[in-house]
Design a protein around this ligand. Structure first.
Ligand code: SME
Length: 191
């Protein structure tokens, strides 16, 4: 496998059939070490996002790209719900997950509250860890910030292996998260 393949999308509008060939090919050399595969995604993912203003669509592709490049158990976003003052499940790849996360409980809430990446080698040792899946053994959560520096979402990644996130993995994930943060304010959320 050399990358994410061409995606064909088809649909109907005003009674006319129309097709888009979305030729965004995100090259992933699966022979490279995992952290380098993630680093390889930074520029193509940014280019892909520059062509789309929907935040939902961009978060979905970011999750899919990192999931496809790594095979981690769960890769996705929780978005800050300002009205409810909690985190709500956003686009993700992997098993069904908890829909809301609350202050003071779990790894995602810690990343949100402290605006700091949380690397958890063993989730059973993290007080208050929220176990959406019993298969998750280690976890990393990165804050996504708007231009004002406020945490607007978190990028959560779970592994079924203990102690599965190297410093190089985290560095690459921070580079990917920086792309999401940089573009956040330009995105819309209505659809
Ligand atoms: N483990 C997270 C909850 C989200 S799931 O892992 C998808 C936490 O403790 O916040």
């Amino acid at each position: 496998m050399t990358g994410l393949e061409r995606l064909m999308v088809c649909g109907w509008q005003h009674g006319e059939a129309y097709f888009w060939a979305v030729a965004h090919h995100l090259p992933i050399d699966m022979t490279l070490p995992r952290a380098l595969r993630l680093q390889q995604l930074v520029q193509p993912l940014q280019a892909l996002m520059e062509g789309e203003r929907s935040g939902w669509a961009n978060l979905a592709n970011a999750a899919a790209a990192a999931f496809s490049a790594t095979g981690w158990h769960w890769v996705g976003f929780y978005v800050v719900d300002q009205a409810e003052d909690n985190l709500v499940l956003g686009p993700f790849q992997g098993p069904v997950a908890c829909t809301r996360l609350f202050h003071g409980k779990g790894v995602c809430a810690a990343a949100w509250e402290h605006n700091q990446t949380q690397v958890v080698p063993n989730v059973h040792n993290f007080p208050g860890h929220v176990a959406c899946s019993s298969a998750s053994l280690s976890e990393v959560v990165l804050p996504v910030c708007n231009a004002a520096g406020e945490v607007v979402a978190v990028w959560d990644i779970d592994s079924a292996e203990a102690d599965d996130f190297s410093a190089a993995d985290v560095e690459a994930l921070e580079a990917l998260t920086a792309v999401v943060s940089k573009m956040w304010d330009a995105w819309t959320w209505a659809r």
